[in-house]
Design a binder for this molecule. Structure first.
Ligand SMILES: [Zn+2]
Length: 72
């Protein structure tokens, strides 16, 4: 019985961690390598080369924070 409870607990936790509100989504410019916050004016202007990914993933790809929004 205890085993089942811990499995359920882990399942609930993993669901929480995969929810978008827990992941820090940023706008990453694949051409310039800049990381923008989703509310940044430059992120809104950038429609061709920009993708929405997790901040960790953007940093892994060599992204640097934007000077205007700081990537937050
Ligand atoms: Zn920005």
């Amino acid at each position: 019985m205890k085993k089942i409870l811990s499995i359920i607990f882990i399942l609930i936790l993993s669901v929480f961690y995969t929810m978008p509100c827990f992941a820090e989504v940023v706008v990453y410019n694949t051409k310039t390598g800049k990381i923008h916050s989703t509310s940044c004016k430059w992120a809104k202007k950038c429609t061709v080369n920009c993708i929405r990914i997790d901040r960790k993933e953007a940093v892994k790809r060599g992204g640097v924070p934007c000077k205007v929004c700081g990537g937050r």
